[in-house]
Design a protein around this ligand. Structure first.
Ligand SMILES: [Mg+2]
Length: 237
């Protein structure tokens, strides 16, 4: 896919979150959990999720690769791991090959195409450095943004790199996590760069915000696809 010519100044860069912004991660995780339970049974499944939570607590990031490594590396099963090779491969395939494309929100590609008529569009996602880029690729999202995909542990800590990668006069962050909008606004503010925040009320984090417009964002939308109804002026602040 070719890179589109960018609209005139002021230059806008749209930064799109992924989980619960472009794809329904709550539903995806519930389905993944269902499949893990069907494969491992209740006791091993409980152990899987306790390892997952321990990894998250320790690294502050969800990491399926690390979870899988620790799950099979546990002392109580490591000694007969050779006899369980088939299970190891099947679980890895289930987790790593999960079909995230099936969980994209409606009209994601049409909406991204609309935003590309307004400015530069990049994906800015938090997550594991191996699993998250793979997940984004398997969801089919890379080509929609010309491969402009950045993944960090915590995006607000990397706004210098983001601003250098996609220079703009104003950034637009599209997010389901209210705290991320606040944190990115602060980080960009320290660089003298303005932000237009768009909260999409999708998933468990956005649900914590009460009804009506959230005062931490310039726009509160019920669905990602509602961005199609907004023109350039809506983002200029
Ligand atoms: Mg998210």
């Amino acid at each position: 896919m070719s890179v589109s010519p960018l609209p005139a100044s002021p230059r806008l860069t749209f930064l799109l979150d992924v989980d619960n912004t472009l794809l329904d991660n709550d539903a995806a995780k519930a389905e993944l959990a269902r499949r893990i339970l069907a494969r491992l049974g209740p006791a091993e499944t409980e152990r899987f999720w306790s390892v997952y939570e321990a990894v998250r607590a320790e690294t502050s990031v969800v990491s399926y690769p690390l979870t899988l490594a620790r799950f099979w590396g546990a002392a109580e099963i490591a000694e007969d791991l050779e006899t369980r090779r088939g299970e190891v491969y099947a679980l890895a395939d289930l987790v790593v090959g999960f079909p995230y494309a099936d969980f994209l929100y409606p009209q994601v590609f049409e909406t991204v195409a609309h935003l590309r008529t307004l400015g530069r569009v990049a994906i800015l996602s938090d997550g594991d450095p191996a699993y998250q880029p793979s997940k984004i690729a398997r969801a089919g999202l890379d080509p929609a943004v010309d491969g402009f995909v950045l993944v960090y542990g915590h995006k607000q800590e990397h706004m210098v790199e983001v601003a250098a990668s996609f220079p703009a006069d104003r950034f637009v962050l599209v997010e389901d996590k209210p705290d991320n909008i606040t944190a990115v606004r602060t980080a960009l503010g320290e660089l003298g760069l303005p932000l237009t925040g768009v909260l999409v009320r999708q998933g468990k984090y956005a649900a914590k915000v009460g009804a009506g417009p959230w005062d931490g964002a310039e726009h509160t939308l019920e669905r990602f696809a509602a961005l199609r109804g907004l023109g350039r002026d809506a983002f200029l602040g």
